[in-house]
Design a protein around this ligand. Structure first.
Ligand code: TYD
Ligand code: MG
Length: 473
């Protein structure tokens, strides 16, 4: 008789496999954790199946290009982060803290995705009735007609349902609720999650479908859980909430940290409202506080790139005399080393005393800014906060600072100026364009931080106090 099961010894905690029993897992060091485990029939078939069905090589030119085609999720911001839509035969891990909106996003995509076939929503967390209530609340109505729901986390129940429904899109909510006896006796372990996720991923790859796998992530628990699934999937998305409420409401960001089929630079911006997640009508404006006339001291508007779009964001800085023995920087939105470096640059090149100050930095709407082009606006906000001199309104700023105080050319300067113009900014202060002809009208360019500050604060009085001894503007 053909053997369709094999035995291995698997660690119930980390999932490490050994051909022989050992008293202690060599991977995680846990004692007595190796248990005799059957390798599933599906896995065996894949590895030992009929030689006729074994994978063979084939000329690349003979592969049907449709195999690599994408379908729209129906949610433009999700498509953007995925790199242009859902790739067939792909597996996407959607991580995020509980309550961030993973289930909402998956249900909305299940209803809106541009698929011809059926969508299977597997929920180990909610009952069918709860899913129905959520769908009604989201106003999915008739769109949800092709969604099949299956409320279990037991792999043994899920597999026959997959075979019966033959979905083209599978939503598994969540990885933590998946379980099977085949993956060892301890339920809820990383091993259970990995084993079951692998089975679902294999199923969609073999059946020309796509999988979204939701996974809870806690602030400190990134490593133990879903992180271990990252290498198994094609794309890893994390859903995050901004620290503050955006100017237009409750704003959430979707970021890719791994994407086999697209860039990881794009972010998706969603607003959570009464009827679930919606797209922000104009994300470029989301992080701006509309102000008339001169800005309050410590505020500057930066034109930064987030993936392929330009966002205008308000940088807010507060400086107060140090309370401890050393000055400290508090910033959740811009990296601390960047803030410290820009502050050091101002101290050195403009003789602006900051080392006796605690510096607080915030970006309106709570979006994290990692793009270098934010540095000049950050410098302007710091200068304004420390001197009390306000920046004029209607001015957008972009530029990278070198340690020597020069302004370096930045990517897509012309695009930033165009977006800022379109949003009603009449001045743009930045570096010289990298190439001739890149700078459309309206750019006031500066060579270094000193001349940029001069241009920006031209109409204001000279600061009185916070100078270091040497140098003047
Ligand atoms: P949910 O999708 O259940 O989060 P997750 O699956 O990541 O745990 O989102 C739940 C939160 O979203 C909850 O706090 C309620 C809120 N919410 C709305 O504000 N509006 C809505 O239409 C829905 C469905 C949820
Ligand atoms: Mg959920």
């Amino acid at each position: 008789m053909k053997k369709n099961r094999a035995l291995i010894f698997k660690c119930g905690f980390c999932g490490h496999e050994e051909p022989k029993w050992l008293g202690r897992c060599p991977e995680c060091g846990e004692w007595n954790s190796l248990v005799e485990t059957a390798v599933s029939a599906a896995v065996l078939q894949r590895t030992e199946g009929d030689p006729k069905n074994r994978p063979r090589s084939l000329p690349l030119s003979s592969v049907d290009p449709q195999e690599g085609s994408r379908i729209s999720s129906g949610l433009p911001e999700l498509d953007r982060v995925l790199g242009g839509g859902i790739m067939k035969r792909s597996a996407v891990l959607l991580g995020g803290e509980p309550g961030i909106g993973k289930s909402t996003l998956l249900l909305q995509a299940a209803a809106a995705a541009d698929t011809r076939g059926r969508v299977l929503y597997i929920s180990g967390e909610e009952s069918a009735g709860q899913l129905r209530m959520r769908a009604d609340r989201l106003g999915l109505g008739p769109q949800s007609g092709r969604i099949e729901v299956c409320c279990t986390g037991a792999l043994a129940d899920i597999t026959p349902i997959l075979e019966a429904v033959k979905p083209v899109l599978v939503m598994a909510d969540s990885a933590q609720t998946l379980h099977t006896d085949e993956a060892g006796p301890a339920p809820g372990t990383v091993n259970q999650m990995k084993f079951c996720s692998y089975e679902l991923i294999s199923w969609v790859k073999e059946h020309d479908a796509a999988l979204f796998l939701a996974a809870h992530v806690t602030k400190d628990g990134l490593i133990s859980g879903p992180k271990t699934l990252e290498h198994m999937v094609d794309t890893v998305l994390y859903f995050e909430q901004s620290e503050n409420r955006g100017a237009q409401g409750d704003c959430r960001f979707l970021r890719a940290v791994k994407n086999r089929f697209g860039s990881v630079d794009e972010i998706g911006i969603f607003m959570m409202g009464e009827k679930g997640l919606s797209m922000a009508s104009d994300p470029s404006l989301l992080f701006l506080v509309r102000r008339e006339g001169t800005l309050p001291p410590g505020v500057a508007t930066a034109a930064v790139l987030e993936g392929s779009r330009t966002l205008l964001v308000e940088i807010q800085v507060l400086t107060v005399p140090v309370k401890g023995s050393m000055s400290r920087v508090f910033s959740g939105s811009i990296d601390l080393p960047r803030v410290s470096r820009v502050a050091a640059s101002l101290e050195k090149h403009l003789s602006l005393r900051l080392s006796d100050q605690d510096i607080y930095v915030n970006v309106a709407g709570g979006i994290r800014i990692t793009e270098v082009g934010v540095e000049l606006a950050l410098a302007a906000a710091l200068y304004s906060a420390r001197t009390g001199l306000p920046l004029p309104g209607g001015t957008a700023i972009a530029g990278e600072l070198s340690l020597t105080g020069e302004l370096l050319p930045i990517r897509r300067l012309a695009g930033r100026i165009k977006t800022a113009r379109g949003l009603g900014f009449n001045r743009f202060v930045g570096p010289s364009p990298a190439s001739e002809g890149e700078g459309p009208g309206g750019l006031e360019n500066a060579a270094d931080i000193k001349s940029a500050v001069k241009i920006l604060f031209a109409g204001e009085q000279k600061p009185q106090t916070p100078r270091t001894k040497a140098g003047s503007l």
